[in-house]
Design a protein. Structure first.
Ligand SMILES: [Zn+2]
Length: 216
């Protein structure tokens, strides 16, 4: 039966190089090797938020991450999290929220899918402590200046309790850091937290160049 199914379903191409693969993997072996780990050091945003990232945004990451986001592909987030060399420590995961219109367009919330994938490894609760109250243009349609205009008032805090310890904001990509900084400030306005950090799947190499970010 399994052999019949394999014969009927054509091999999925590698999402990065598009070459046909004998197995239904996201990437071929060669492209998998281009996933560049970015563990061990954090990027500190203006305001002091430390952001840990699993990968550099480049190579196969630059194909997989947009693919996972729209429409939302939870199994791909689970696979990417499983490839990370290091995962963060914390007490709860708070996805950087997506506006409801984007969730409808994408068939779900990509940061929630990512946080759930991380939660499965770390056994931490996913707490939807933030809502997005402002519909921003799609990130891919924004220039850097527009991305930096994300403000704390673009988020609304929900009256949910967060556990003691280090709460982690979860996002897919760190670019200018503006979204994470604004989300952090919104969360801290209504929650007295012991510690707040952030974790992203991938950091764009330019994210620490001249945008108020400093690599520790
Ligand atoms: Zn490939």
């Amino acid at each position: 039966m399994k052999g019949l199914l394999r014969a009927l379903i054509p091999p999925a191409p590698c999402l990065h190089c598009h070459l046909p693969q004998p197995e239904h993997l996201w990437l071929c072996e060669g492209c998998r090797a281009t996933l560049a780990p970015d563990g061990g050091t954090a990027t500190t945003l203006t305001g002091g938020l430390n952001v840990e990232s699993a990968f550099f945004y480049g190579g196969a990451c630059s194909a997989l991450i947009p693919y996972a986001k729209d429409p939302v592909e939870p199994p791909l987030y689970a696979w990417l999290v499983a490839q990370a060399a290091e995962l963060p420590n914390g007490s709860a995961l708070v996805p950087v929220p997506t506006h409801w219109r984007r969730r409808i367009e994408r068939g779900g919330c990509h940061t929630t899918a990512l946080a759930r994938a991380l939660s499965a490894h770390l056994d931490l609760p996913v707490v939807h402590a933030l809502e997005r109250s402002h519909l921003a243009p799609k990130q891919s349609q924004q220039d850097r200046e527009t991305r930096r205009q994300v403000r704390p008032e673009h988020f609304r805090c929900r009256d949910l309790e967060l556990p003691p310890g280090k709460v982690l904001l979860i996002d897919d990509v760190l670019t200018t850091g503006a979204t994470l900084s604004a989300a952090a400030r919104a969360l801290l306005q209504t929650h007295a937290l012991d510690d707040l950090g952030a974790w992203v799947l991938a950091r764009r190499p330019a994210s620490n160049e001249g945008f108020g970010l400093a690599k520790r």
